[in-house]
Design a protein around this ligand. Structure first.
Ligand code: SPV
Ligand code: MG
Length: 290
């Protein structure tokens, strides 16, 4: 079964899929081993990997290159974060072809203007497209996909922009009418009230996707109780976890004047060899190097 079909099947069977952010093939391998159902090719994580803010500074080519590298090292379905779709509906048509070919199983397109500003930053400039324009982009994406199982997820930033629940519901409904398979509703409120309220008010015909970055208390048990959320994306946890460990380790090496203390607190190199699947190369060496 192809990954896009597997993602849909997993959603139907379990009722809720857990999708972990990946910014590199190694983080993807770790997510797969940990038991996640899918990967989020996150714009935020890739921007952070380049030491840049998530403000449309990373190109489609950079994102695609990483996505291809990730797809080459994992079997998990990949949900690609294509931000605003790199322009208008014509750019979206081009992007869908590229992302399908690169190995994505789904895309998330958001209704902000290009260039975008990262959603969670305080007082960010959050400008939204006209509803009709984003409907056109959504319909273009739906029309452009080749695999009917490839998911087109429309993301509204109405709550992020402070436009309120009624506008978020209006936009979400309009995007469903344009053919979206799912709606991603994003919130930067630190408590769960905004998302829970939206989820209860949502009577649309497609399920919801959430990214509980700002409101970590909404765990899977509570999400399942809400009833219409089928995908949870852990949007910045990969890069935050990696940066936490590097920051602490690097500081300790300077303070200790060497690696004599930290070496026992980080993965041994044999474990990195295992993650690199060095045994496969060794087996090929034994067989083919004559
Ligand atoms: C991302 O991970 O790139 C996201 C989620 O879009 S957030 O950064 O919270 O907007
Ligand atoms: Mg993003």
């Amino acid at each position: 079964m192809f990954p896009a079909k597997r993602l849909r099947t997993c959603m139907a069977e379990t009722g809720l899929v857990h999708v972990m952010a990946a910014h590199s093939p190694l983080s993807a391998v770790l997510a797969e081993e940990a038991g996640f159902d899918g990967l989020w090719a996150s714009g935020f994580e890739l921007s952070a990997l380049y030491g840049l803010p998530d403000m449309s500074l990373i190109s489609m080519t950079q994102h695609l290159d990483m996505l291809r590298a990730i797809a080459g090292r994992t079997r998990l379905p990949i949900v690609a974060d294509i931000d605003t779709g790199y322009g208008n509906a014509i750019n979206v048509i081009h992007a869908i072809g590229e992302y399908e070919r690169a190995g994505a199983s789904a895309v998330v397109i958001e209704d902000k203007t290009f260039p975008k500003v990262t959603s969670l930053v305080a007082d960010g400039r959050q400008e939204l497209l006209r509803i009709e324009e984003f409907q056109g982009k959504t319909e273009a994406a739906v029309t452009a996909r080749r695999d009917p199982d490839f998911l087109i997820i429309a993301r509204t930033e109405a709550l992020i922009a402070g436009l309120g629940e009624a506008e978020a519901l209006r936009r979400a409904q309009a995007y469903v009418e344009a053919g979206a398979d799912m709606i991603l509703i994003h919130s930067k409120k630190k408590d769960t009230s905004e998302i829970e309220s939206f989820s209860r008010a949502w009577t649309g015909s497609v399920p919801l996707v959430i990214v509980p970055n700002a409101y970590p208390d909404l765990d899977a048990k509570r999400v399942k109780a809400l009833g219409n959320i089928r995908m949870m994306i852990y949007g910045n946890y990969g890069i935050r976890a990696a940066a936490t460990c590097m920051q602490e380790t690097f500081r300790r090496i300077i303070v200790d004047g060497g690696v004599q203390n930290v070496h026992k607190d980080i993965l041994p190199v044999d474990e990195i060899f295992r993650l690199q699947k060095i045994h496969e190369v060794r087996a090929a060496e034994a067989r083919f190097l004559r």
